[in-house]
Design a protein around this ligand. Sequence first.
Ligand SMILES: *Cc1c(COP(=O)(O)O)cnc(C)c1O
Length: 373
Amino acid sequence: MVAGARLTIDLEALAANYRLIRDRAAPAAVGGVVKANGYGLGAAEVARTLIGEGCCHLFVALQSEAEVLVPELPADIPVYILNGLLPGGERACAALGAIPVLNSLDQIERWSAEAATRGGQLPAVLQVDSGMSRMGLPADEIEQLLARPELLGSIDLRFVISHLACADEPGDAANGAQEARFRAIAAHFPGVPLALDNSGGIFHARDHFDLVRAGIALYGGAPHGEAPNPMRATVALEARIAQLRTIPAGTGVGYGLTFQTTRETRIATIPVGYADGWPRCLGNRGAAYIAGIRVPVAGRVSMDSITLDVTDVPDEHLYPGAPVELLGPHQSIDQVAADAGTISYEILTQLSRRYERVYLPAAASVRIRSIAP
Ligand SMILES: *Cc1c(COP(=O)(O)O)cnc(C)c1O
C-alpha cells in the first residue's frame, strides 16, 4: 500500500443493515439514500448492493449526483433528487429520467411546463414542510396548491413526503407534531403513497407509511443517540506507521508544540491528516488503536499527518509500516464523531479520496457473479 491508509468498505455489512431496516420498516418499502457519494462509501457500489437486496428506490441530493448515478443502474430503478429542481435543470432532468422532489410551487410550475413542452406527464415526488422549515412546500403554498389542483395535472405524483427535524431523539414532542401535520396534509392526496422517515424515524415505534428513506443506519451509524447501535459497521480505516521516534521529557510535538512530553515518549507519525477528513479538532483529543491499545493523538492534526503517543505499546507492534486502526472494531464512526463534537454523517462524508479503497463484496453480488459465464 502506498496510500496513507486503506479504507475497507464492507458491502455485506451494508446488505445486512438493509435487511435489518427492511424487516423493521415492513410493510413499508425501503429507499436507499445514496447522496454525497453514498455517504462517502461510493454511490454506485452502494446502490448496486442495495438493488441486489431488492431495493428499488434511490435518493440523491443533487441533479449532478443523479447524472453520475443513473447511467450506472438498471433503467427501471428510479433515482429521486431530494434537493429538488434548480432553475434551468428541467430539460436535463427529464432527459435523464431522474425524478425530482418538488419542494415549492415554483418547482411544480417549472416541472409542469417541462411536461407540457414534452406533451405528456412527468413523474415527481411532492415534499411538504411538516415543521422543519427547510425543504418542501410551506403551509401557504400547500393551500395555494390545494386551491389549484390543476397545477399537478401534468405530473405523475409518485409520493408525498416530508422530513423529521428531531428523528434521532424519539422522545421529542416535535416528532408527534410533525407526524400529525403530515397526516393532515397527506389526507388531501388520497391514494398517493407517503414517506416520512429517515434512519431515526425508522426506529420509532409506530407505522412507517409506504416508504422509508434510509441513510446513516445503512452505513452503520447509530440511528439514535441513546439506544445501543443495532447496525453493523460498514467501514474500517487502517493507516500505517510512517515514522517512529523516542523523545525526552519536556519536548514539544507538532505545530505550535501544543503537546509537551512529561516522560520519555515514543511518537508514531501516521500519514493521515485533516486533508483526509480526519477532523483537525481531534488534536490532543482523539485516539487511534495499535494492536487494540488506545494511542492518544499527541499535538495538532496536520494536513497530511497525525502524531500519536505510542509509549504504552509493546515494541513488537511498533515498526515502520505497522498497522494503526483509525476506524474498526475498537473505534466506531460514532466514537470519532463524539470526540470531534460532530455526527457520524460528517465523519463518513469527509472520508478521503486519497485512501486506498477496498470493497468486500456482498454475498448476493458474489452469487450473481458466480452464475455469470
Ligand atoms: C439525508 C436525508 C435522508 C436520510 O437521512 P438519514 O438520517 O441519514 O437516514 C432522508 N430524507 C431526507 C429528506 C434527507 O435529506
